[in-house]
Design a protein around this ligand. Structure first.
Ligand SMILES: Nc1ncnc2c1ncn2[C@@H]1O[C@H](COP(=O)(O)OP(=O)(O)O)[C@@H](O)[C@H]1O
Ligand SMILES: [Mg+2]
Length: 287
């Protein structure tokens, strides 16, 4: 079995309205299936309110499904006796890096997680070194988190999770509050963790561009998984993506539109190749 497996999971939030004096139910995850193998990079794509964060919390064992099953390392998350072991499998990184950093110095922040796990100080020092190196943040070790850019803060938050040595890292829209530079810095760090450190990555986003290199993408709408497959397969479903409040990555949309206008572009053409191709067309016209 894979590291994470979701079978027909349903999760409701119950809201009590004091005005109407009755309880209402919101179905946040609606009969979802998903599976993640060790070492994979899996994306979850969907509009606001489609159930991504709820699914992330189910995958991390922070919530349990009302019906259906979540298996984390083969352990049923509804079984109370599994709670301690499953909590250490997946670490979560959230949208706002400011809420995740609490120390006066970067290294304190990173040490916080392993300290809470009761890890010995010598081992913590080794883990902090490794975690800073993994995100390329060694030079910021003695700085105050408050002095860092948004992208750097998010990389420190990721290092803090890595220092707890989870098998899998779940990132819930980690780039949502960052500028373009911060986004690309954080995305590069995430890809490296997956490729070089073989850490299983679940990336939740509403930017399809960030999932170009994913092994598989799950597309969500109203709590349901509407499609799942490798990016090349998902990018064929432009209408469905739009219906789910998402779209194609910019370059895919552009090449699709150019093809529609009779420009014969090869499938899977990259940004650089496209630029060369278009420049060639321009030159052809000029002659
Ligand atoms: N704590 C909560 N209490 C009540 N409803 C919630 C809560 N969190 C999320 N919801 C609702 O559940 C649905 C799914 O939300 P969420 O999982 O946060 O989606 P996403 O992360 O894709 O924006 C939405 O309708 C949202 O309003
Ligand atoms: Mg969310």
């Amino acid at each position: 079995m894979g590291i994470l497996k979701v079978i027909d999971a349903v999760f409701h939030y119950k809201n009590f309205s004091s005005k109407e004096e009755k309880e209402s139910r919101i179905t946040a995850v609606d009969h979802a299936d998903l599976s993640v193998n060790r070492g994979e990079f899996v994306g979850i794509l969907g509009h606001n309110g489609s159930g991504k964060s709820t699914l992330a919390r189910l995958l991390a064992g922070l919530l349990v499904p009302d019906t259906g099953y979540i298996y984390i390392n083969g352990l049923d998350s509804r079984d109370r006796k599994n709670q301690v072991s499953i909590r250490s499998v997946a670490g979560m990184v959230f949208q706002n890096p400011d809420n995740q950093l609490i120390g006066n110095m970067v290294e304190e922040d990173i040490a916080f997680g392993p300290e809470n796990l009761g890890i010995a100080p010598e081992e913590i020092r080794i883990r902090v070194d490794k975690a800073l190196k993994a995100t390329g943040m060694e030079d910021c070790r003695y700085l105050s988190p408050g002095s860092l850019s948004g992208g750097q803060k998010q990389k420190i938050a990721i290092s803090g999770i890595l220092a707890m040595e989870p098998e899998c890292i779940i990132l819930d829209e980690p780039t949502a509050m960052l500028d373009a530079r911060g986004r690309s810095e954080v995305m590069e760090a995430i890809r490296r963790l997956n490729r070089e450190k073989k850490i299983t990555v679940i990336l939740i986003t509403h930017h399809p561009e960030e999932l170009e290199e994913a092994d598989r993408i799950y597309l969500m709408k109203e709590g349901k998984v509407m499609a799942a497959g490798p990016p090349s397969e998902l990018w064929q479903k432009g209408d469905l993506l739009r219906e789910c409040g998402s779209g194609l990555p910019f370059i895919r949309q552009l090449t699709a539109d150019l093809r529609k206008n009779g420009i014969p572009l090869p499938e899977d053409i990259g940004e650089d190749e496209l630029a060369v191709f278009l420049a060639g067309l321009q030159k052809g016209e000029d002659q």
